[in-house]
Every structure is written in C-alpha cells, then in structure tokens.
Design a protein around this ligand. Structure first.
Ligand SMILES: Cc1cc2nc3c(=O)[nH]c(=O)nc-3n(C[C@H](O)[C@H](O)[C@H](O)COP(=O)(O)OP(=O)(O)OC[C@H]3O[C@@H](n4cnc5c(N)ncnc54)[C@H](O)[C@@H]3O)c2cc1C
Length: 617
C-alpha cells in the first residue's frame, strides 16, 4: 500500500496537538492529526479549569497569536475568577472552571471543521527519517510520509499508572498507553527520561454535604480569555472550599508504608509545586490542615474534582481519608486518585521553534517536553505548528522572546534550563512580567498573529480601533489641566495625598487606588473604553516608570546580542557565570552573545554576568 502523504503530521490530539494541527492547517499545509481516540481530543486529564496565575496569561498570549484555547475556554467556561486581583495587574491570573465534556467537544468540532486537516484515529508506533521526509507507521499498519512531524504524546509514552501497590499500563485512566514509540525515539539518539504526575479522586456531587463547605461563587465582573469572543462569558456554577483535618493526616500516614511514591516504586520526577496530599502531609508535618477546592467537572456532570487531594495511596486509605473531611463524610467516590509515570524528552535537544536540533523536521510539544499543564502544552503546540508550517513554506522561523510573552519565557527556559521536575509557568519566571500582562496581550502579539496569518483582518481591525480609542483617552487626560479643587475630593475618597496645585490629569493614574472611570468623570471626558481597554490604560500608567527602565534593559540586551566575544576569552574564569553555563560556554565557544544565549544551560542571568566581563575587557 502506498504511504499517505502529508506536509505535517501531528501525533496526539491533546492541548498541544490541537493547537499545532489547527495552526499548521490554517496556514495552508496539508495536515493530519493522528490520535488514539477522536473523542478524547482536547480532553482534560486532570483539573477541570483553564488559566490561573501565569497560565491565564499564556492563554491570552495564545489567543493574541490566533490559537484556539482562549475562545473555546470562554465558550465552555462555567465559573470565572481573576486570581490575585488584590495585587497589581501584572500578576492577575484569569481562571475559568470548564465544562470538561463541552470543552473537549468544542475542540474536536473546531478541528473537524478546519480546512486542510484530516483527523485519523490510530496510535503511532514507528518513526524514521526517509530521505528528506519522515516515515511513520501506526498500529493499523498504515504508512505515512510527511515533511514534518510534531509529537505531542502527553503522558502516554510507556505510561504506567499507580494506586497503592497496584499498577497498570495506560496514559490516563481508561486509556491505553503508547508502548512502542519510545523505541523509535531512542533510535534517533534522543535523550528520554521518566516523569510523574498525579490526580485526585472524583466524587459524586450529590453525595457532598454542602452545608459543611464554603461556597466560592464566580466573580461579578468576568474577564474573558479571548479577544474574539463575541458574547461575554457567564457564571453558571460555584466551587466549594473545605479543609483536611489532623485526623485526615493520621489516616493518610497509615498508608505511607504502602505508598509507591515513598517506597521508591515511582521513579519518575514529580512536580514539587503540585505535590500529592501524602507529600504535603509528609513534608509539612506542622500543618494541621490543607485547603481543598471542590470543583464541578461540568453543568450536566455529577462528578466533583477534589483539587489539592492528588494521591497514589492505596484506594482504601484515600477513601477513609476523604470521608474524614468536613462535608465529605458520606461521599461516594467515582474515580480514585492515581499517579502516572511516562517518558518525556529532554527539551534541551530542541530549538526554541520546538524542532529537534539533530533531527530536522521533527518537532515536540506539550507534556512530552517535560512541562505540566494544558496551557503550557497549548502554547508550545501553537509555536511548533507555526514553525513546522513556516519551514515548509520557506518563511522565517517565529519565536516570541522573553520580553514579548510568557510563551517566549517558557520556550527559552525549556531549551536552556536544566529541568529537574515537570515545568509549569509562574509569574516569577518572567523577568519582564510588568510588560507581560493579561490586559496587553493583543498589543504585544496580535500584529504578529496577523502577519503570520492566524488572526483575521476583522479581528485585527478591531484591535487597531481599540488602540486608537485608548490613545485618544490618554491624550485627552494628558492635555487636561486638573484643578486641585476638582481633584481633591476624589483623592480624599481613596486616602491619596491632596494636590497643592493643578496637574495633568493623566498623572493621577499613577497613584494606587485611582481608577479611570471616576477620573474621567471629574474631567468631564466621555468614556468609550471597555473594561479591558480601561485596565490596559490604567496598568500602563501605573507601571510607566518601571516600563521605561525595563524597555531600556530590553533594548540593551538586544543590542548586546551582536557583541563579539574574543577568541581567547576564558569562560571558565568568569566566576559570576554559573558553573554549568561556564562549562557549556567553554565547550561551545560562541563568537557573540547571541550565540551564547542559544546554548542549553546558559540562563539570562549568565548572559548579564557575561556582559559585565565583556564590558570590563
Ligand atoms: C493523571 C494526570 C494528572 C495530571 N495532573 C496535572 C496537574 O495537577 N496539573 C497540571 O497542570 N497538569 C496535570 N496533568 C497534565 C495535563 O493533563 C497535561 O499537561 C496536558 O494535558 C498536556 O497536554 P498534551 O497535549 O501535552 O498531552 P495530553 O493532553 O496528555 O494529550 C496527549 C494525546 O496524545 C495522544 N497520543 C499519545 N501517544 C500517541 C501515539 N503514539 N499515537 C497517537 N496518539 C497518541 C493521546 O491519545 C492524547 O490524545 C495531569 C495529567 C494526568 C494524566
């Protein structure tokens, strides 16, 4: 039988695969999405929510570049909250509880209606280079030839699930693992390692005593993820808060000697920031209680996800511990918590385009690159899809930088950092986080999304009009000389220092607590901005001072990239550079700073230190 011919084959229909296949197909490439189960496309393996601090910004970045996660999350969202809203807007994180079944259905139907995209059910077993192309074979003995392949296998490569002493193969509960593909990757000399993640029990919603738990409704003001959402999303559901007790911890401790984690049966590295409940009890014995969030999996679902209670202890221990928690005394467990170990690749073997350095045309994205989380996976998938398409079309690679987006921070970290646990996004990873806000994603990235061809003309026009509106209000406030008699009553209300003389109205937005709406009112300027535009104008004024300094630093770093490094420069003597980076630099001997930045193991802090030595020299 002749092989099926494609430009791009994406393997795996999770969050990375959905973005990768959508992007490649919409850029005009003949694309196939080869995935085990069509009805598992876009499935949420763990928590029924999209976004959060750092992650919500990634979803906005994806949306501004023309990806699909944001718009689908708005449609399938059932409860919306802005996390960290008591802090500055730079660290706000939008999060939306999802109707999981609807989310998955919307992703599948979106891909099914994408032109140039074939969805094929099957498991990729074999992969090898055949001349300039990649030859693939699936479990039905179908053969494929493709110019580019994007592997997005999630937790499925040799997936092994654990609950107590019992183990079974599978990528996640109820789904088989991909047992054979790792062998092809080994053959390509790729470095693989074992990682681990875990998930909590799911409870029957009607078995919970809601009088004993605290309701957490959605926010009254909803911040959508997508610039392109036509209807504002709505809250349809609440979550609930409860806590473990000292008795819960005692019960959990009785299972420690049967824990696959503590007994060393699980070899894979797990995420420290997202520990299992047994890990939390073990590591923090002084804490007598841990918060748990009870989250509905959907509007028509009777399943509740117990956020914070991920576990791989024996089922009867998990069950007894859950029943010791207020509100859960009579809970009915529909699915017990488990951990899964899987093969991932060392992402240091990739370029920031997600293409494998040693295997041109082969890309990896998502959990298989050692990350954790739907949003991180989707961000990588989008970049891999764009770059696979660009390479085939003969266009320049597109890699967003650390100063442009959280996606850029993640790509740079993945290919440079030595990762010793599944990587997830935190705002602290972004040195330019005051720039990388939720509200200004379109300003940072949408012109790129339009240029690439994933943002349509109407959306781009809407964005340009919005910029004009923001500029006009900014100009009016900058021109407006505000008298102290008019301003001081407003300043008093927010306990801000009164004015002693007239000032330009715009300056007041730099004061914490001063909002745009009342300021415009006292200046008698008509407000035609929506809430995201309002937020953007306010945040930009609030951070203006930092913004200028950071812009200078970003410009300096960009100029420095061309800075030559002398042939005889002794990297090993540059003591302010980390030991790992010194060794890597010494081995690679880059000729300029741009090249030095591209070496795996060399971090932004090492580059800053190197600039110091070069300046001195
Ligand atoms: C038990 C568990 C717990 C988790 N806990 C958390 C958590 O607490 N926090 C968090 O942020 N994230 C968690 N995750 C991770 C989260 O699910 C992933 O980060 C996210 O789904 C990764 O997306 P992905 O697209 O990379 O892979 P996935 O969503 O896993 O999708 C992979 C897809 O590839 C397909 N596939 C795999 N191999 C092949 C093959 N050879 N041929 C064809 N198709 C193939 C699969 O069928 C699947 O559709 C957890 C995952 C699991 C399974």
């Amino acid at each position: 039988m002749n092989p099926l011919l494609y430009d791009v084959i994406v393997v795996g229909g999770g969050h990375a695969g959905a973005e990768a296949s959508s992007a490649a197909a919409r850029l005009g490439l003949k694309t196939a999405l080869l995935t085990m189960d069509r009805f598992a496309i876009g499935r949420m393996s763990c928590n029924p929510a999209i976004g959060g601090v750092g992650k919500g910004q990634i979803v906005r970045d994806i949306d501004a570049l023309g990806g699909i996660m944001g718009i689908i999350s708005d449609q399938a969202g059932i409860q919306f909250r802005m996390l960290n809203s008591s802090k500055g807007p730079a660290v706000w994180g939008p999060r939306a509880q999802q109707d999981m079944a609807l989310y998955s259905e919307l992703v599948r139907t979106n891909l099914e209606s994408t032109v140039n995209l074939d969805i094929l059910e099957g498991t990729l077993n074999f992969l090898e280079k055949q001349g300039e192309k990649w030859g693939l074979k699936d479990d039905q003995d179908r053969e494929f030839l493709s110019k580019a392949v994007i592997i997005t296998s999630g937790t499925f490569l040799r997936g092994l699930m654990h609950t107590g002493e019992s183990q079974s193969t599978g990528g996640r509960v109820g789904e088989k693992s991909a047992e054979v593909l790792s062998a092809s990757l080994f053959k390509l000399n790729l470095k693989l390692w074992r990682l681990k993640t875990g998930t909590p029990s799911r409870l029957e919603a009607s078995s919970i005593d809601y009088s004993a738990v605290e309701e957490q409704p959605g926010d009254s003001v909803i911040y959508p993820f997508s610039y392109r959402s036509k209807k504002p999303p709505q809250n349809h559901a609440s979550c609930w808060l409860t806590r473990t007790t000292a008795h819960t911890h005692d019960i959990l401790r009785t299972g420690f000697n049967r824990s696959p984690l503590f007994k060393g049966v699980i070899q894979g590295l797990g995420p420290r920031y997202c520990p299992s409940i047994e890990d939390k009890v073990n590591r923090f014995p002084e804490r007598l209680s841990h918060h748990l969030f009870l989250e509905p999996e959907g509007l028509n679902s009777n399943r509740i996800y117990v956020n914070g209670f991920s576990s791989s202890l024996p089922a009867e221990i998990q069950e007894a511990a859950l029943r010791s928690i207020p509100g859960l005394e009579k809970c009915n467990i529909l699915q017990i918590g488990y951990a899964v170990e899987y093969d991932a690749i060392d992402a240091n073997q990739l370029y920031s385009t997600m293409e494998c350095r040693a295997n041109p045309g082969l890309y990896f994205a998502g959990q298989v690159n050692g990350t954790s989380g739907y949003e991180e996976a989707a961000g990588q998938g989008l970049i891999a899809g764009i770059n696979a398409a660009h390479k085939i079309l003969g266009r320049a690679a597109y890699v967003p930088g650390r100063a442009d987006s959280y996606i850029g921070v993640m790509l740079d970290d993945l290919v440079h950092m030595k990762i010793d646990e599944p990587y997830r996004m935190f705002t602290s990873r972004a040195e330019y986080r005051l720039f990388l806000r939720y509200d200004n994603a379109a300003t940072r990235l949408m012109s790129k999304g339009f240029e690439i061809g994933l943002i349509d003309r109407d959306t781009f026009q809407k964005f340009s009009d919005s910029n004009k509106k923001i500029y006009s209000i900014h100009k009016q406030l900058s021109d407006y000389l505000l008298r102290k008699e008019v301003a001081n009553p407003l300043l008093e209300k927010t306990s801000s220092k009164p004015l002693e003389e007239s000032v330009r109205a715009i300056g007041l937005l730099k004061r914490p607590g001063i909002e745009l709406e009342p300021l415009l009112k006292i200046c008698e300027i008509e407000n035609n901005l929506d809430w995201v535009e309002t937020l953007q104008l306010q945040a930009e004024e609030l951070y203006e001072g930092f913004y200028k300094r950071q812009s200078q630093e970003i410009d300096r770093q960009r100029r420095m990239e061309g800075l030559k490094i002398p042939f005889d420069f002794d990297f090993l003597k540059a003591e302010a550079v980390s030991i790992e980076a010194r060794q890597k630099l010494n081995a690679a001997r880059p000729l300029n700073l741009g090249e030095a930045k591209g070496i795996a193991g060399v971090r932004p802090a090492d580059i800053s230190a190197l600039i110091y030595y070069l300046d001195k020299g």
